[in-house]
Design a protein around this ligand. Structure first.
Ligand SMILES: CC(C)(COP(=O)(O)OP(=O)(O)OC[C@H]1O[C@@H](n2cnc3c(N)ncnc32)[C@H](O)[C@@H]1OP(=O)(O)O)[C@@H](O)C(=O)NCCC(=O)NCCS
Length: 162
């Protein structure tokens, strides 16, 4: 059975900090020049950020809870307004999704993404947009399976290498 998805509570903050830090480390490892290096206190910083975001009506912080009560994943997103730089009308942005490794491939990622879609739909968003590291093929397979389509390609040029 996939873990249960529920809104986060302040008690979840240490787990959210732990998982957010891992998400940041994963991205830095995928492309160290493009994705910033996690600072020493990244767990505390991430916990503090998500705790503050969770209090905002436009934000969404959900956790996946296993049968034994352990928090094993999370998703974070926020309703964003029209953005002229991105040529993007108001939408839900999905910023983070994480599932702890031992709990992967059992539907937790899908359950979190479906819950994000449902919550944003309920709040009137016409679509949910996310960005995924180019090298993160597993995540892109999950998103494609759940209805996301490629809509933007980010490219990075290292000036020091020229
Ligand atoms: C991406 C991630 C959230 C998926 O979580 P998950 O709980 O394993 O996902 P699910 O079990 O719901 O998988 C649903 C489907 O997604 C696809 N998928 C997920 N992980 C995959 C993988 N490693 N390889 C290929 N397909 C994968 C499959 O189609 C899968 O269905 P299946 O298991 O029936 O084949 C998880 O691997 C993760 O936390 N990765 C690290 C963080 C990350 O990359 N986050 C996304 C940042 S953009």
């Amino acid at each position: 059975m996939p873990p249960r998805v529920r809104p986060s509570t302040p008690d979840d903050l240490p787990q959210l900090g732990r998982m957010g830090a891992q998400l940041m480390r994963l991205h830095h490892a995928l492309d160290p020049a493009r994705f910033m290096a996690p600072p020493a206190d990244v767990e505390a910083g991430y916990a503090s950020w998500l705790g503050a975001e969770a209090k905002k009506p436009k934000a969404l912080v959900l956790v996946a809870q296993a049968e034994d009560g352990a928090v094993v994943g999370y998703a974070y997103g926020r309703l964003e307004g029209r953005d002229w730089n991105a040529l993007r009308d108001p939408c839900g942005m999905l910023y983070d999704v994480w599932v702890d490794e031992p709990h992967r491939r059992s539907g937790a990622g899908q359950a979190l993404c479906e819950a994000v879609k449902a919550a944003f739909r309920e709040r009137g968003a016409p679509r949910v947009i996310l960005m995924s590291a180019a090298a993160n093929a597993p995540a892109q397979r999950l998103f494609a399976r759940l209805g996301w389509r490629p809509s933007m390609v980010e490219m990075t040029c290292e000036l020091a290498a020229e």
